[in-house]
Design a protein around this ligand. Structure first.
Ligand code: V0V
Ligand code: CO
Length: 155
């Protein structure tokens, strides 16, 4: 068994919304949080805005990830139809998403992808089934090397 690689920080909290621009505006006017990065992830069926909240002592950063579905059959669209707007998932940052996912899988938690997929800002991501995580859809993230320093990449 390989050595387990624990996550070291909260990378982001994913929040599902019906109107991305209106939600971005709420976070800007209420808290002063600015958009750090925007992208569309067609594979995941989301249009997203990343609001960078703080750097972390491992050189990474923590974000709020605002998510609007791009199509009716996406996971976020399905979730919004059932629950309305709100907190959709929690994402832990790890230096090695492959090793962390393997270790979590060995502990009996369902990892949703055989191999990590592409996430925000070129990160590598996978998800753990919420039913195995006490009701929390949990994402594991390793930042792309160029953004791991918490620098200005992604604008
Ligand atoms: C579903 N369930 C949840 C949940 N989504 N529980 C907590 N949090 C969530 N977000 C519960 C749901 O209430 C059901 O429980 C049960 O799981 C099965 O749900 P379902 O509605 O039948 O939906 P499924 O099974 O079709 O899909 C659920 C999973 C799906 C988790 C498998 O959402 C998935 O593959 N998620 C991973 C991908 C994803 O979410 N991508 C969007 C973010 P009851 O009612 O039976 O008790 S993309 C992203 O974060 C990116 C790009 C990034 O960070 O870079
Ligand atoms: Co996410």
């Amino acid at each position: 068994m390989e050595k387990f690689v624990s996550p070291t920080r909260i990378d982001h909290i994913g929040i599902a919304c019906f109107d991305l621009d209106a939600t971005v505006e709420f976070y800007r006017t209420t808290y002063g949080f600015e958009v750090f990065h925007r992208e569309v992830n067609e594979e995941q069926g989301v249009r997203e805005a990343m609001l960078r909240i703080n750097g972390t002592d491992d050189g990474g950063a923590s974000y709020i990830q605002l998510l609007e579905p791009t199509r009716d059959d996406s996971t976020v669209a399905k979730w919004l139809a059932k629950n309305g707007e709100g907190v959709h998932h929690l994402a832990f940052g790890t230096a090695d998403v492959d090793a962390t996912a393997d270790g979590v899988r060995e502990r009996g938690v369902r990892v949703l992808y055989d191999e990590p997929r592409t996430g925000s800002m070129g990160s590598r991501i996978t998800f753990l089934h919420p039913k195995d995580c006490h009701g929390v859809l949990t994402e594991l993230v390793t930042a792309a090397p160029e953004t791991a320093g918490g620098g200005t990449a992604g604008h």
